[in-house]
Design a protein around this ligand. Structure first.
Ligand SMILES: Nc1ncnc2c1ncn2[C@@H]1O[C@H](COP(=O)(O)OP(=O)(O)O)[C@@H](O)[C@H]1O
Ligand SMILES: [Mg+2]
Length: 287
């Protein structure tokens, strides 16, 4: 039986400003970039000094590195408001970690320093007047940072990444419900996600009324930008997620989220252990 030490804060603390569940071990871009002057001072007769790569070239290099096959496993949880995604991300992480597997929890929007700032902008509703197209591009920008700073480094070291919402939420919220041109949604996904597609997506399925009741009963702050939409929106949301699960059965598993948290956890563990070849447990250090 896994221990139940929550790896992230309880739901009541799920604010728009909370740090990612498992922030990256090393914050990015904190190291001062080496300048030509730095190297010339250290070495008396330097060869032709290396020119600093422009930011676009650096990003291209990161993306090229990201294209290298990742060794970890990438699991996403999707579904409507109050379906139990955050609860189940925590439970899945605990099970993986109890099995000795290197597992990283993260979430969207957010999951990296830059993207958490954008989380506030999106979920506060500040960007709502700009419309679903602007929201889709904001999500894409946040996702690009999240992938570079958190997800790809963890996958590259062989970890299992468990992410609370990902690109399918953009497809559903801004695409299916927001009527943003599907070609644009696909293009944004192509440039941000690229090859880093989830290996497994668990879609938590629950009647909209039940999800909203759970979300309302959740202690903490009031409804966010999407929770405050009406019942018709949430019903359409559920239908869109179900359609998505049906359209990509190799990647997606529809999970009945009406049961107890324990029953849902079990269904998720079944799906994870039958669909994915999990990495080997980490070797424990000898003391
Ligand atoms: N299977 C479940 N049955 C009843 N309540 C649940 C279940 N799973 C989660 N909850 C509760 O419902 C609320 C919403 O769950 P949460 O995990 O925050 O959903 P989401 O992240 O999908 O919005 C929380 O208060 C949580 O404790
Ligand atoms: Mg949540």
């Amino acid at each position: 039986m896994p221990t139940r030490t929550p790896p992230h804060a309880p739901d009541s603390a799920e604010s728009t400003e909370k740090a990612p569940a498992n922030p990256p071990a090393k914050p990015r871009r904190t190291a001062k970039p080496k300048t030509v002057e730095d190297t010339s001072a250290a070495k008396p007769a330097p060869a032709a000094p290396k020119a600093k790569k422009p930011p676009a070239a650096r990003k291209a290099a990161t993306r090229a590195k990201a294209a290298a096959p990742a060794t970890g496993r990438f699991i996403t949880l999707e579904g409507g408001e109050g379906a139990g995604k955050s609860t189940q991300v925590r439970r899945l992480l605990e099970r993986l970690q109890a099995a000795g597997i290197d597992a990283v929890g993260t979430r969207e929007p957010g999951g990296s320093t830059g993207a958490e700032i954008m989380r506030h902008l999106i979920l506060s509703g500040a960007a709502k007047p700009l419309g679903p197209l602007a929201e889709a591009t904001l999500f894409a920008a946040a996702r690009a940072d999240h992938l570079d700073a958190t997800i790809r480094p963890a996958l590259a070291r062989g970890a299992v990444v468990v992410c609370d919402r990902f690109a399918d939420s953009t497809r559903v919220y801004q695409g299916a419900l927001g009527n943003v041109d599907p070609r644009l949604i696909a293009a944004l996904e192509q440039v941000t996600v690229g090859e880093t597609r989830p290996d497994l997506t668990l879609i938590l399925d629950l009647p909209a009324e039940e999800g909203l009741a759970r979300a309302a009963a959740r202690s903490g702050q009031g409804a966010d930008r999407f929770e405050s939409e009406g019942l018709a929106f949430h019903r359409a949301l559920r239908a869109a997620f179900r359609a998505l699960a049906e359209s990509e059965p190799e990647r997606c598993v529809l999970i009945d989220a009406r049961g107890t948290p324990e029953a849902v956890e079990e269904a998720i563990w079944q799906a994870v252990s039958t669909r994915l070849k999990l990495p080997s447990p980490r070797r424990r250090r000898r003391t």
